[in-house]
Ligand binder design. Structure first.
Ligand code: UD1
Length: 425
């Protein structure tokens, strides 16, 4: 089992360069097969999900190689249209390849992605969108069989602005004849990054970042290059770690507007924030006060992914913070673990109420999921004494060298991955 150890009580100081975005790179890697071409993706984080996406690309017959933070993909030789169960299972969001494979090859076979630690993860909106474009989809023995006799542009109205369904619809629409208009589309910055990449691929696409996206065919390109946007949730994580531990850190080369809801919540708690065009400095002298109620919503609302992290920053804030989680139904599992450190949190359905305590005390805890695990790290940085976080492999799915990043700021942390522990034992 992978384990994090945190000796709390050290303030964080220094500058940080934030990794490329996990949630932007994955759909962009899928998009690289929509047309057969060579793609150079710069600023790709070293994460297991990115490695899993590379394995899927190789299985499909593409070349996918990493050189430093660059991933080179050559999709001209793609010769398969299926993704086997073991590859689907490795990465929950592999369903994003469905639209891309259909756009390119007009048939696809994928195993059904299951639920996850955040609760059920349905894909009905993805399938509905692809059916609107003319895909025939059937489900047999846990596999999805999809084919089309030529996708046709159409109007897709999403009943909820799902990020994944918007991305899948955009990718499939690239291979459709005529114009596709997606309404009630997700407006997340990662969708805008996907549009930027698709434009470089030669796709005629506009509207990303608003609720209406229009796509109308492509002119194939031989070679494209793209720099993946900075990870706004990793940025929010660093800010919340500083808010919990105290100190002063500066995030460099970030897009402050992408995570403004998190920054302004921290500001309302009494953190001092200095925003520049591409950097954010946070200075924290505790005690902090509880922020106004936090309600997670689709972008530009407060991101569900940052909810556990801000919760960690609120545990010792004076007063009561009320969280309402509107996106995922099972996203408070970290609350039980945070209580082991002495936090006072009560959860009823979608609402969690945090009452500030004077002190957190290090304890053994378990990471429940990626962001919940990072929240435990953030809370442990502000706790007195030592915290051991078990099941820490979840955290590595979303953060590149998180331990080294925190150490560079003066934190006393260590991380031993499962592989390393295995060799030690
Ligand atoms: C993406 C992000 C994830 C983030 C989430 C919400 C990636 C790889 N992951 O996930 O980190 O937490 O956006 O910002 O980018 N839903 C349905 N039917 C569907 C699709 C979704 O009911 O077909 C529901 C989900 O169960 C959930 C909500 O819609 O309750 C939001 O999901 P969605 O926006 O699709 O999130 P993901 O794309 O899975």
């Amino acid at each position: 089992m992978s384990v994090w150890k945190v000796s709390g009580g050290k303030k964080l100081y220094g500058d940080l360069r934030i990794q490329g975005s996990k949630n932007a790179v994955l759909p962009i890697m899928a998009a690289a097969i929509v047309t057969g071409c060579e793609t150079e993706l710069i600023n790709c984080p070293r994460l297991s999900d990115v490695e899993a996406a590379m394995s899927i690309l190789r299985h499909l017959g593409c070349k996918a190689e990493r050189e430093g933070d660059t991933v080179n993909i050559d999709s001209r030789g793609m010769n398969r249209t299926d993704i086997p169960h073991d590859l689907m299972r490795e990465m929950r969001s592999s369903v994003i390849f469905l639209g891309a494979i259909l756009a390119r090859a007009h048939e696809a076979k994928l195993s059904y992605p299951g639920g996850c630690e955040l609760g059920p993860r349905p894909i009905d909106l993805h399938l509905e969108a692809l059916r609107s474009l003319g895909a025939e989809i059937s489900e047999q023995g846990g596999s999805l069989y999809c084919r089309d006799n030529g996708l046709k542009g159409s109007r897709i109205n999403l009943s909820f602005p799902s990020v994944g369904a918007t991305e899948n619809a955009m990718l499939a629409a690239c291979g459709a004849k005529g114009e596709t208009v997606i309404t009630n589309a997700a407006k997340e910055p990662e969708i805008v990054d996907l549009q930027e990449f698709l434009r470089k691929l030669g796709v005629s696409v506009s509207g990303a970042g608003t609720s209406t996206i229009t796509i109308c065919g492509f002119v194939p390109q031989k070679r494209v290059g793209h720099r993946i946007m900075t990870d706004r949730i990793a940025s929010a994580t660093a800010l919340c770690c500083a808010a919990s531990a105290g100190g002063s850190i500066t995030l460099k080369s970030v897009a402050p507007s992408d995570f403004e809801t998190v920054t302004s919540a921290l500001e309302s708690m009494g953190c001092e924030v200095e925003r520049k065009a591409s950097s954010v400095k946070i200075s924290v002298s505790r005690p902090l006060r509880a922020p106004r109620p936090i309600v997670t919503r689709p972008y530009p609302g407060f991101p569900t992914d940052a909810q556990p992290l801000l919760m960690a920053a609120c545990l010792r804030a004076e007063g009561t913070t009320v969280f309402t989680e509107n996106i995922f139904e099972n996203r408070y599992r970290h609350a039980v673990e945070l209580c082991r450190l002495g936090a006072d949190i009560s959860v009823v359905g979608r609402v969690a109420v945090v009452t500030g305590v004077n002190e957190l005390i290090g304890a053994p805890v378990s990471a429940t999921d990626l962001r919940g695990g990072a929240a435990l790290v953030a809370a442990a940085l502000g706790a007195n004494g030592d915290t051991t976080i078990y099941d820490a492999g979840h955290i590595a799915r979303g953060y590149e060298e998180f331990d080294k990043m925190l150490m560079s700021l003066g934190a006393d942390v260590s991380y031993e991955s499962e592989q390393h522990l295995a060799t030690v034992v």
